[in-house]
Design a protein around this ligand. Structure first.
Ligand code: ADP
Length: 161
């Protein structure tokens, strides 16, 4: 059985992330979308909110996908989960340098785990959670960039603040 972990902040989940998940389920028997909790990095959504948004988006559609939370070293976590693969999405060349460094460092730490890079559909290749948050915070529309349930939560968040 092939198992992949797809780690990230998912703050919040976008159609770019879901595009990668959709590609993953065609290749791997089991996919774990894993939210990295980083106390040093302030997030807009709590871990529970992020978990809930991902769960809502994948539960019915992809029965072989689970949502989980982790902290610490990614390779330790992947080993713990018995995953052979780490999946990362690559959007533009700008993603490449950092991802290349991480992949090779992770290989050094855990030679048995392979990093697989995937490209989303072109129309999602300029999409990031950061940009979505920025647009939403300024009252712009993020329709078509995130699932409707995420759109609602963004509106609520920024209405409050
Ligand atoms: P970001 O905050 O940069 O949007 P995350 O930390 O949530 O991203 O990203 C988790 C993973 O998903 C990373 O591998 C990232 O490259 C990938 N990713 C994020 N957005 C997209 C997208 N639009 N298309 C493809 N991959 C993406």
């Amino acid at each position: 059985m092939t198992k992949a972990v797809y780690p990230g902040s998912f703050d919040p989940l976008t159609f770019g992330h879901l595009d990668i998940v959709e590609r993953c389920v065609r290749l791997f028997d089991r996919v774990v979308v894993s939210i990295l909790t980083n106390p040093a990095k302030e997030a807009l959504f709590s871990v529970e909110e992020r978990c809930d948004m991902i769960d809502k988006a994948v539960r019915k559609r992809f029965p072989n996908v689970e949502v989980d939370v982790f902290h610490g070293l990614l390779v330790d976590y992947a080993r713990e989960k018995d995953a052979q693969v780490i999946v990362r999405g690559i959007r533009a060349v700008t993603d490449y340098e950092y991802e290349f460094q991480m992949a090779l460092m992770n290989r050094r730490l855990a030679p048995g785990i392979e990093t697989v890079f995937m490209m989303p559909a072109e129309h999602y290749s300029y999409l990031s959670s950061r940009l979505v948050k920025e647009i939403a915070s300024l009252g712009g529309s993020v329709e078509g960039l995130v699932p409707p349930q995420v759109e609602k939560r963004l509106k609520k968040k920024f209405r409050k603040s």
